[in-house]
Design a protein around this ligand. Structure first.
Ligand code: GLN
Length: 260
């Protein structure tokens, strides 16, 4: 009887342990918040265009592997990302997000993992600005809450800025000739210009920006794991491989502009 009891208890304990393990595996994820409208960093792709793919997703997978949890991606509006992080709805944000002092007041950023800048998208054959001053008084479409939004407001005044929740919507506004230009990060701009030959890209004297992974303020443990993963992928060549895989070269017209 004693033996039977012991045996049953062992089985029960093992079952409980297995259940606990199984539960952990099926419910615990590292959750990445992003806005999947920002190619080549994050966009919808895969078989049914229902999967979030892109450079940031590759980086996030490397982070998740380091943390030892499966990655789960939550797609939302860009300006909802940092509130979602602070509310604990996502564990980290990778969204081609520039590290800024304002954002760093509310969240903590990893070391920079990508260097970017703003550029101007215009309709080919129309006006070509030679300096930022040439954009004064022009109507500029932007993605709401982005650094491009801030830069455009500084140049042309808030009243001349048209904010959209998605970068593509801002570009469509330009293609419909409703605004003079779009101010947006360089890599997405190159992608939009490649897909739409009526667009052209001009580089002006915009500052360098650095993308970082954001975590909830004070989440030092996850931040350390993220920084370790970023250092590893930089050292072992994976980062270069992700760059080769996802980044696009400027189209010929844009390259000519850049050379001037
Ligand atoms: N890099 C810009 C920013 O952080 C734009 C990011 C985005 O639109 N996904 O504001």
């Amino acid at each position: 009887m004693k033996r039977f009891l012991f045996g049953s208890l062992t089985v029960l304990a093992m079952a409980a342990l297995l259940a606990a393990c199984g539960k952990k595996d099926s419910t615990k994820y590292l959750v990445m918040g992003t806005n999947a409208e920002f190619p080549p960093f994050e966009t919808l792709g895969g078989a049914n265009s229902s999967e979030v793919v892109g450079f940031d997703v590759e980086v996030a997978r490397a982070i998740a592997a380091k943390v030892g949890l499966p990655l789960k991606i939550e797609d939302m509006k860009f300006d909802s990302l940092l509130p979602a992080l602070s509310a604990g709805k996502v564990d980290m944000v990778l969204a081609g997000m520039t590290i800024t002092p304002e954002r760093a007041q509310n969240v903590d950023f990893s070391a920079p993992y990508y260097k970017a800048t703003q550029v101007v998208l215009l309709l080919a054959g129309g006006f070509i600005p030679e300096s930022k001053d040439d954009l004064k008084g022009k109507t500029i479409a932007v993605q709401l809450g982005t650094t491009g939004d801030g830069v455009a407001a500084e140049i042309t005044g808030q009243e001349n800025v048209r904010p959209f929740t998605s970068a593509m919507d801002a570009v469509v506004e330009l293609m419909n000739s409703k605004v003079d230009c779009v101010v947006i990060d360089e890599q997405p701009a190159i992608q939009f210009a490649k897909k739409n030959p009526e667009l052209m890209l001009v580089r002006l004297a915009f500052d360098d920006e650095f993308y970082g992974v954001a975590v909830k303020k004070g989440n030092a443990e996850l931040l350390a794991q993220i920084n370790a993963a970023l250092a590893e992928i930089a050292a072992d060549g994976r980062n270069d491989q992700f760059v080769d895989q996802w980044m696009v070269q400027a189209p010929a017209a844009a390259a000519a502009e850049a050379a001037e």
